[in-house]
Design a protein around this ligand. Structure first.
Ligand SMILES: NC(=O)c1ccc[n+]([C@@H]2O[C@H](COP(=O)([O-])OP(=O)(O)OC[C@H]3O[C@@H](n4cnc5c(N)ncnc54)[C@H](OP(=O)(O)O)[C@@H]3O)[C@@H](O)[C@H]2O)c1
Length: 348
């Protein structure tokens, strides 16, 4: 077993890590960190638990420590669910101390020597680890996963990008409240309402998508060359982001071929049969009223993206549109980091 730690273990994403790692065949949770408000307390006393399953017995009595590598002993991998500003300060310290950091936070995502990876989409970007370790003189390293709405989008764009010439993408999101953390959106702001702004989310979707689909030339990642424009909105859904996607291609296309490329999409995690990999990364729904967050967010144990309403755009030529749903704290956060770590554990 590989000993792993969770940084920010008491938050929304930290709790998902605890839940998803409870019965993991290769990773054993041996360290939990949070802020100084929680340090020194038993996990069950420090956390306000929000998930439907119970706090696993194995971590209930674990004493939470400060998010400081000197307080995290005998751990090979740390999963980071820290707020970005804290992540920027402490994740490099964990890597410097020799640990492998699999991070959800946005702080290091766009650093040129830090891989930003979705294992089904761009596993080859992990080769940047060697550059990172040489350049920074670290024994450990940092690998990041993209933001929750980007992950779901890029998992559907990857098979299309490989087969067709994408000219531009518009995406309009309807994002769950859990995406902002427990204290993120007050109930008075979101019940009976929709908030048409999520700070920095549109910029992240637009830049991270092109980076993930970019070519790695052995030294740097050269972004994919098409346009992505996003509009992001918070809706009164607990878990599961919905996205309306509009794609214009350079040339005409066959809708059945589009459907086939999404349905048959498999990546390295499926080939390697990694523990958290969904059998089908993209699940096509044929019903007119699917996908819906409540019904489809748990597809593939929360690790698959559901796509429905796939249709040709009758107004603009060479264009198609669809709706997707992905689980924001599983595939979009904790599950994404765990899959990155499983891949690293298998191939490095
Ligand atoms: N929620 C999502 O769907 C989602 C998706 C993708 C990425 N992310 C990213 O994942 C990260 C965590 O998000 P979240 O929604 O889980 O946030 P959250 O619920 O607010 O949890 C934050 C965690 O960080 C700890 N923390 C806060 N300030 C700290 C400090 N100064 N030093 C050390 N630890 C500190 C908190 O500990 P205390 O309990 O002690 O305060 C808590 O464990 C963020 O970077 C977010 O952008 C979230």
């Amino acid at each position: 077993m590989v000993n792993v730690g969770i940084l920010g273990a008491t938050g929304m994403v930290g709790q998902r890590f605890i839940q998803l790692l409870a019965d993991h065949p290769d990773f054993e949770v041996t360290a939990l960190t949070a802020s100084s408000r929680s340090a020194g307390k038993k996990y069950e006393d420090a956390v306000t638990w929000h998930l439907e399953t119970k706090i696993p017995d194995a971590v209930k009595d674990t004493v939470v420590v400060n998010t400081d590598p000197r307080e995290v002993k005998d751990v090979e991998i740390v999963f980071s669910a820290l707020p970005s500003q804290n992540a920027a300060k402490v994740e490099p310290k964990f890597a410097e101390a020799g640990m492998k950091v699999a991070s959800n936070a946005s702080a290091m995502r766009m650093e040129p020597d830090v891989p930003l990876v979705v294992p089904e989409v761009n596993p080859e970007h992990l080769d940047l680890i060697e550059t990172q370790q040489k350049r920074r003189g670290w024994d450990g390293f940092i690998v990041t996963n993209p933001n929750c709405s980007t992950i779901a989008l890029v998992m559907t764009l990857k098979p299309l990008y490989d087969q067709f010439n994408i000219k531009r993408v518009y995406v309009s999101t309807m994002q769950a409240v859990s995406g902002a953390g427990y204290n993120g959106v007050p109930s008075m702001a979101i019940v009976d309402n929709l908030v048409p702004f999520i700070g920095e989310e549109e910029e992240k979707m637009e830049s991270e998508t092109l980076h993930l689909l970019g070519d790695f030339d052995g030294e740097t990642v050269n972004n994919a060359n098409f346009g992505v424009s996003a509009s992001c909105h918070r809706v009164a859904v607990l878990d599961g982001h919905t996205e309306a996607v509009f794609i214009e291609m350079d040339d005409d296309f066959d809708l059945d071929e589009v459907k086939g490329s999404l349905t048959n999409f498999k990546g390295l995690p499926q080939k390697l049969n990694l523990y958290s990999a969904p059998e089908d990364p993209v699940v096509i729904r044929e019903e007119d009223n699917r996908p819906q967050p409540r019904m489809d967010r748990m597809a593939g144990n929360g690790m698959a993206v559901s796509v429905g309403r796939l249709r040709r755009d009758e107004v603009y030529s060479n264009s198609l549109k669809y709706v997707l749903v992905g689980h924001n704290t599983i595939r979009g956060a904790a599950g994404a980091s765990i899959l990155n770590a499983e891949l690293i554990n298998e191939i490095l």
